[in-house]
Design a protein around this ligand. Sequence first.
Ligand code: NAD
Length: 297
Amino acid sequence: MKIGFIGLGNMGAPMALNLLKAGHALNVFDLNAQAVETLKQAGARPAKTPKEASTDVEYVITMLPASAHVKTVLTGEEGILAGIAKHTPIIDSSTIDPASVKAFAELATQNGNTFVDAPVSGGTGGATAGTLTFMVGSTTHLYEQIKPVLSAMGKNIVHCGETSTGQVAKICNNLVLGITMAGVSEAMALGEKLGIDPQVLGKIINTSTGRCWSSDTYNPFPGVIDTAPSTRGYTGGFGTDLMLKDLGLATDAAKLARQPVYLGALAQQLYQTMSANGAGKLDFSAVIKLYRKDGDA
Ligand code: NAD
């Protein structure tokens, strides 16, 4: 396949490399010249604009920070819609709000194209290993069409429903994650204060009803899980600012839908406090620092 790939950051670069490894031909664009150069060395063709990257290709894939960036790349004078051939699908793997997806899909339709939301989970490790989960919002027909392309970058390619339901799945999952991490942090810090060995408490929770991914894989208390970011100074995981962004997407979507998200709104404030205190780049499990005496976040 000939594919235009735009957004070569922490996630996009390894995803694009996996497409190249699978034998696809890539036009690539990013504002960061170094990121483009790295992909060029790996065999991709550099483009000077999103328009150029989207010209004469069978698919366009975007992996950008937020909805404003997707809008610019899509609708700018040198944007995707200015260069893309009719009927070519645009697959956006950025995490953005469902309402923006619907607006972008409308613009794409007016241009004779389809816009698919296909956000991912699995982090940079999954992007490098090609084991990402893709949550796809599109017609069944288009899902079947794009599945082989996404399979070069991911292991689980899930059809969530019509346009924007991929983002719905993504933000609902991260809503649970943000809340459970705060809950496990609260319990681990209380246990420490009340005098139980955190290792023992961690083991009990992980074989009891409090067990969850935030406790048994990513436990926020240092030393409970050897491979968790907490055990390496809260580095190299899922950044607090990214969690804050995703909880913002969830609470904004909830506001539009007039649906309460009591715990999500509270969790958002916790991560907001961390970010305001300068801990935005730490892994989000550093939220436990808000509860511990020696915490500095
Ligand atoms: P990143 O900041 O590392 O990369 C974004 C890239 O987009 C950068 O290289 C930047 O230069 C480029 N960019 C920004 N504006 C541009 C423009 N106008 N034109 C061209 N390029 C532009 O972000 P990331 O970690 O790769 O995340 C990308 C998306 O994936 C985000 O929406 C994020 O929420 C989501 N996501 C990230 C992770 C993760 O663990 N990092 C996991 C799942 C989902």
